[in-house]
Design a protein around this ligand. Sequence first.
Ligand code: ADP
Length: 261
Amino acid sequence: WLVLMSLFFICCGAGVGYYLAGRSIKPIREMFKRQREFVADASHELRTPLTVMGIAAEGMEGDTDSNFSEFTVDTLKTMRIEIKRMNNLVAALLSLARNDAGAGDLKLEQVNFNVLFEQTLGTLSMLAEQKGLKLEQRLAQERLIIWGDRMRLEQLLTILVDNAIKYSARGTVTVSALRQNRQLVIKVEDEGIGIDTQDIERIFERFYRVDKARTRAEGGFGLGLPIAKLIVEQHHGTIEVESKKNGGSSFIVKLPLTVQH
Ligand code: ADP
């Protein structure tokens, strides 16, 4: 009896403690929730004025009737580029903040990844060409069907290939999408600058950039990979990196395929 009674009191004590602890952290949880919603709302509200400013700057720049000085034309160009950068930043922040605030719902549908792959890489191949890089594509012959959000999957592929192009001065970027059992394996390999071992574990952190001066010139904010990781997680997949400094990088994404009957 003594043992049973002691056990009973220990359980009661633990239960009351758990309840009180839950109550005391409730206001903190609420505060974090409000903060997350604030970031999401602020990012959303910033989009409209930025769009208006972008259109205005573009309009002025294209006004052939004006007698703008060379200085004014240059200033307008800088303004337009910076507005575009800020637009990208706000869009990236919004997509992370929406998810943090629990509103990052996916538009799920059957996605034919073969079509998505060809379309996305078609656009990106021009970017590679401009930099004098070779973009090699390897796509499975069989149909790769994913139950997912088309736009986000496109964004995922774009982030990885865009990075491979950005961080390579020469060589080939190889992108493959193949089936392995019930998984789609996407591999983006480059022969670029690579990533130091100590940085590899940090590159998925928000705003983390290995070389801040360099990536600023390249237009990065350190939000691409955190978004890529989020998209992969939302699709119940995994993302891995193999890289070494000056030895190129490979990003490997594995996503579950829809079972075909
Ligand atoms: P960014 O917009 O700066 O590229 P990301 O979140 O996409 O931000 O990447 C974070 C950092 O990881 C980059 O700033 C860069 O230092 C490094 N990185 C990402 N992809 C590659 C790559 N393919 N090769 C070398 N470094 C990379």
